[in-house]
Design a protein around this ligand. Structure first.
Ligand code: IPD
Ligand code: CA
Ligand code: CA
Length: 262
């Protein structure tokens, strides 16, 4: 049986160390490469940070598996056992262009069930974290349980990408939704947007394409804060593939599904 309290203390130590290294890199020049397309970026700092976690996990928890965005972990094919799902820098474009609005994101799952979740906003020194059944926190402050939010006062995280013609979803439905809510925001880091849903800074977040490392930490934290995370149709998220992701406060989740998404 895994000792989650001990693992939690260890992860928090590693996250602080990785965060300090990333902060120290701000004055260095970056090596930037494009991956699947010219706007899908990776830097030497993304790769070094992923390697830092992988080396530590392998030495302390050799029987755990690692699914990392930059591909230096394991070729994970099943959710059995303990799996660390890691995005060393979520919001790499922001990291490169702005040096803010990016985060380290880690979700630790056992047999497909989230046990621990972390999103570390390095620049603001805000660590959002959750432990299954124990609740969610921002640093040492417990996050308040999310309350129902009506559509007309909701602030929704959504990228402009999904409000123009796209091959994933009828944008007219989302344009109507964007008109009906109080406001929309786009931060360019799925992990931070999920952390904002968990902490009530956003009432909801909608995207058509997130990979497991984008949402693994955030899903746990939102759920422990009392929010709901599903696919765009209200279905279960598959932790090993790309999914549309819809996270929201209670009440709002049902209302948006019914009126705009189904
Ligand atoms: C990206 C960010 C972005 C989301 C993309 C992700 P990355 O992650 O989370 O907000 O819209 O789908 O790929 O590449 O910066 O780690
Ligand atoms: Ca990401
Ligand atoms: Ca990333």
């Amino acid at each position: 049986m895994a000792n989650w309290t001990k693992i939690d203390q260890t992860v928090k130590r590693w996250i602080q160390e990785a965060g300090a290294n990333i902060r120290a890199s701000f004055t260095d020049s970056l090596t930037i490469q494009a991956k699947s397309n010219p706007n899908d970026l990776v830097t030497n700092v993304d790769k070094e940070t992923e390697r830092f976690f992988i080396e530590n996990i392998r030495s302390q928890f050799p029987d755990h598996q690692i699914l990392g965005e930059e591909g230096q972990g394991d070729n994970v094919q099943s959710l059995q056992g303990v799996i660390w799902i890691i995005d060393p820098i979520d919001g790499t474009m922001n990291f490169v262009h702005q040096q803010r609005n990016f985060a380290i994101s880690i979700g630790i799952y056992e047999d497909g069930i989230g046990q621990l979740g972390y999103i570390y906003d390095i620049v603001h020194d805000e660590l959002y974290h959750a432990m299954k059944g124990q609740g969610a926190w921002m640093n040492d402050t417990p996050l308040k349980k999310l309350e129902k939010v009506p559509v007309e006062t909701a602030v929704l995280g959504i990228s402009a990408t999904w409000l123009i013609n796209n091959r994933h979803f009828d944008q007219n439905k989302l344009v109507q939704l964007a008109k009906d809510v109080r406001g929309t925001r786009s931060y360019g880091s799925a992990a931070l947007e999920l952390a904002y849903v968990a902490s009530g800074r956003l009432s909801g977040y909608i995207t058509m394409r997130n990979a497991p490392w984008d949402f693994a930490g955030g899903k746990m934290i939102v759920e422990e804060a009392g929010g709901i995370v599903s696919t765009i149709n209200g279905g279960e998220i598959d932790m090993l593939s790309v999914n549309p992701v819809f996270a929201a406060a209670p009440g709002l989740h049902e209302a948006l599904l019914k009126k705009y998404l189904l």
